[in-house]
Design a binder for this molecule. Sequence first.
Ligand SMILES: [Zn+2]
Ligand SMILES: [Zn+2]
Length: 354
Amino acid sequence: MFPFFSYVSFLLLFLLLLPSVPEARTIRAIAPEVATVTRVDVDNYTWSGFQRFLDVQKGSKVDGMSKLKEYLHRFGYLQLNDTNFTDIFDTHFESALTRYQSKLGLPVSGKLDSSTVSQIMVPRCGVSDTPSKLHVRKNYAFFPGQPRWTGLTPMTLTYALSPTDSLSYLDRTDIRNVLQRAFSHWATVIPLSFTESKAYRMADIKVGFYNGDHGDGEPFDGVLGVLGHAFSPQSGRFHLDAAETWAIDLGSEKSRDAVDLESVMTHEIGHVLGLAHSSVQEAVMYPSLSPRTKKVNLRYDDVKGVQALYGSNPNFKMNSLLVSETSNQGFVLSPISNKWVTAILLILCLFRYY
Ligand SMILES: [Zn+2]
Ligand SMILES: [Zn+2]
């Protein structure tokens, strides 16, 4: 018996010490750099005041909490008739927090915990989120009705940078080069091409930088806060907040509030094409982006989403795309399933010895 038990014990120990099965990984066809979402202490001029609501409990009344309700209403989590936006942490507010946490891929607690309050303060896109149902697999999303550009395939869309609504502190040619790169990320994966038009008024996609209220009912809010927004197909309106410190190269732009231009342009083009916000934190279509963060490479989730609308570029190979280690798209054995595998192997071993 001794050799048998020692053998089984050894086998059991070996199995338990085995490292977890690595998540599906690999390959980044589009560009080699790794997209990251960096959590930083954001001195967000628009939303930094929300810090004081950290750990406020349900039932409490705190001056200014109505602003937090307005934030959740603005981004699609609280209906106007849910509450009259009092300063009380009520049940509607708790439900809205839960929906927000689920959509943003945060621990779903319904509380104003640190991860939630921190996330709320991170600068983000002005497009409203489409809350996902709880416990539903989180991934890409479309606008209601799944609008998309239609036409002959392969399709060509024209774009142009506004001749008047641009930035004075960046070279126009540099901005146009960044815009071209941002479009190229999407053109790599779908049978669409984008060409720059000199006729701004005639272009399918019109890009401009605007301050404050700029006539479309979605005013910008100054430094940080909302960074930009774009409209669903086939509007083609693609606006960036001129008040930001836009950076073409984060290495040379030292401002702590600098926002990477290519990252936000790439994100907004996703909206122009018909993608709404994703719950996958590493995805380009995730709604928020910290200052001084570069995130320009489409992830598996972004590619699956846009290809669901337009199909694949024949030259693009999905298996050559790096599947994010944390995009939850890969087949990953959870600790629970690991235990089951161990138990099954152990039973098989016992059968063999009896
Ligand atoms: Zn967005
Ligand atoms: Zn606008």
